[in-house]
Design a binder for this molecule. Sequence first.
Ligand SMILES: CC(C)(COP(=O)(O)OP(=O)(O)OC[C@H]1O[C@@H](n2cnc3c(N)ncnc32)[C@H](O)[C@@H]1OP(=O)(O)O)[C@@H](O)C(=O)NCCC(=O)NCCS
Length: 150
Amino acid sequence: LIREATAGDVDDLALLRWQSHSERDELDEGDFEAYRVGFARWWSTQQGRCRAVVATDDERIVAMGFLALVNRVPVPGALDRHHADIQSMYVLPAYRGAGVGSQIVGALVGLACESGCTRVEVHSGRRAVPFYEHAGFEHFPQLLNLDLKR
Ligand SMILES: CC(C)(COP(=O)(O)OP(=O)(O)OC[C@H]1O[C@@H](n2cnc3c(N)ncnc32)[C@H](O)[C@@H]1OP(=O)(O)O)[C@@H](O)C(=O)NCCC(=O)NCCS
C-alpha cells in the first residue's frame, strides 16, 4: 500500500531514516532516541513545507520518500511559485527491485502536481541515478551547484 505519511508515522519515518543512514555510516544505537526526538520536533514544523509518502506491507512501513516544497520569488502574473525537491528516498533492502521506489516517486510527483509545482528536482546519490532516469528525470545543465563543505 502506498499512502501519504501522517503525524502518527513520525517514529517509523525516523527509524527508516536512521536505517538509511546506517547503510553509509556507522551509527551508535545509543544515539537513536535523541535522533528520534529531534526528528519528531523537526517534522512537527514541516506542515505545508515537506510531505512524505510511505509504502507499507501488512505490518509496517517498508519504504519512504519526502517532498520538500521550495518557494520561488514571484514574477508578474505568478505570485505563488514553487518547485519541489525529492529527498531521502529509502526502500528497505528486502523490498528493493520490486517497483516500490518507483511507486513512491510516482506518488510524490502526484503531490507536487497537486501543490502546483512547476517541476521536481532530486539530488541523487551516485548509485540511484539510473533509478531516477528510469522515472523520467533528466540531467539539467543549467542546474549548478557550489559545494560549501569542501
Ligand atoms: C534507489 C531506491 C530508492 C530504488 O527503489 P526500488 O524500489 O529498489 O526501485 P524500483 O524497483 O522501483 O526500480 C525501478 C527501476 O529502476 C532501476 N533501479 C533501481 N535501483 C537502481 C540502481 N541502484 N541502479 C540502477 N537501476 C536501478 C530498477 O532496475 C528498475 O528498472 P526496471 O523496472 O526496468 O527493472 C532503493 O534501491 C534504495 O532505497 N536504495 C538505497 C537508498 C538510496 O540510494 N536512496 C536514494 C537517495 S536520493
